[in-house]
Write a protein that binds this ligand. Structure first.
Ligand SMILES: [Zn+2]
Length: 402
């Protein structure tokens, strides 16, 4: 649930904005009284009362139960109506598309996954994204008019302003693709697009509540490697919405899929780990994901070769994170994405050790390393959360009169 409260305004011409602020605040708390709402949003009791009435008239909010008594009159609790609207989140990973359908409360109602064949064209991928979207909406049985739109999480680099994807290293042959517009044509609904690691960080922020308040660096390792940065409860996107692309900062070392050398992705991505394993004589048949999972199982069973390969990946990740954490002065790193989920404690412990050894001033700011709350669906869940956020969702903004 989002905790990043916007402050409302009591000026008369911004009713739509206020309604969105109030809806966010009710959703964030999973149940809240009018008195608490006025306190968190800074709105007057009268303004608050009018807004809540309008949200109730539109079926977005209901009165449901009472807050525990504190001696005086028990306060009526307000809650969001989860089924009032839904959003779809789609994560385009170069190897697979993951889709989720979220209710207005931010809960995952349905998920769907399909493979992206190697070398797939942009047209084929847009078709697969659209089919995933329609499949989820049809399976849910909800009226299409109650779907607010789709969020799309993509590997960078991207131009978020112009809604384009620019030749991602793991999608060979793709140049400039207006992915969000193409998907809008196929779904007939607004599509918002963001970097996948940033989207995953947003998903983690929503799901985590107080556990993900403040500042943290979210690391996504799967087919690619990226980080999402949350500073003071706000996601940081950078000037071009490409903040956190640590996967392809070159240096000395192995050749990377991007054409440069020494990138983190050449050591940490699932593909890189599988390639190391194969080079050492390990069996690496089947998909990259299946082979990677096998390596993780071997490591868990004590296979020295598998442990060593994962340790090298974790060391590289830890070294990069030590720089990021030192520069940003954050005290929490969240490890997410399929690679880190499968590798589990081995990588978490190693990254923690490297961070403690290399981060600037660990005695002033000890850094915690935590496993992500959302599993491999993090990118898709985060993308769907974008649609539920009035700041990015044109349809929700219109609905709220903004
Ligand atoms: Zn690279």
């Amino acid at each position: 649930m989002p905790q990043e409260f916007w402050q409302g305004t009591n000026l008369p011409k911004v009713g739509g904005f206020n309604r969105a602020v109030v809806l966010d605040a009710i959703r964030a708390n999973g149940g809240v009284s009018r008195v608490e709402l006025a306190r968190t949003t800074g709105l007057t009791a009268q303004t608050m009362s009018n807004i809540v009435r309008a949200l109730m008239d539109d079926g977005l909010v209901i009165e449901d139960g009472h807050a525990p008594s504190t001696g005086g009159k028990r306060r009526v609790m307000l809650r969001v109506v989860p089924d009032a609207y839904s959003s779809v989140g789609l994560h385009l990973d170069p190897e697979r598309i993951t889709g989720v359908l979220l209710d207005l409360d931010g809960r995952v109602r349905l998920r769907s996954q399909r493979r992206v064949p190697p070398g797939a064209s942009p047209e084929a991928v847009v078709g697969a994204l659209a089919r995933t979207f329609h499949h989820l909406v049809q399976r849910s049985g909800i009226d299409g008019g109650r779907v607010l739109g789709a969020g799309l999480a993509v590997p960078g680099p991207l131009d978020r302003t112009h809604r384009r994807l620019f030749g991602p290293p793991n999608l060979p042959g793709w140049t400039e693709v207006a992915l969000a517009d193409l998907l809008e044509d196929r779904t007939g609904l607004p599509v918002v697009m963001d970097n996948d690691a940033t989207a995953a960080a947003i998903g983690e922020r929503w799901a985590g509540g107080a556990d993900r308040a403040g500042s943290f660096v979210y690391v996504y390792v799967g087919t690619g490697v990226g980080i999402g940065v949350v500073l003071g409860d706000q996601v940081y996107r950078g000037t071009s919405s490409n903040a956190g692309e640590v996967g392809h900062v070159p240096g000395a070392g192995k050749e990377c899929t991007c054409g440069k050398r020494g990138c983190l992705e050449a050591y940490c991505s699932m593909r890189a780990v599988v390639a190391e394993w194969a080079a050492a004589g390990g069996a690496a048949d089947g998909s990259v994901s299946a082979a990677y999972q096998r390596i993780c199982r071997e490591a868990a069973d004590g296979d020295d070769g598998a442990v060593k390969i994962l340790r090298v990946a974790a060391n590289r990740l830890g070294q990069t994170l030590a720089k990021v954490v030192s520069v940003l002065d954050v005290d929490r790193v969240v490890l997410g994405g399929p690679a880190l989920r499968h590798a589990g404690e081995l990588i978490r412990a190693r990254v923690g050790k490297v961070l403690t050894a290399q981060v600037w001033a660990p005695h002033v700011r000890p850094v915690r390393v935590q496993a992500a709350l959302i599993g491999e669906d993090a990118g898709a869940v985060g993308a769907a959360c974008l649609v539920l956020d009035h700041a990015y969702s044109p349809r929700l903004a219109t609905l709220l009169g903004g």
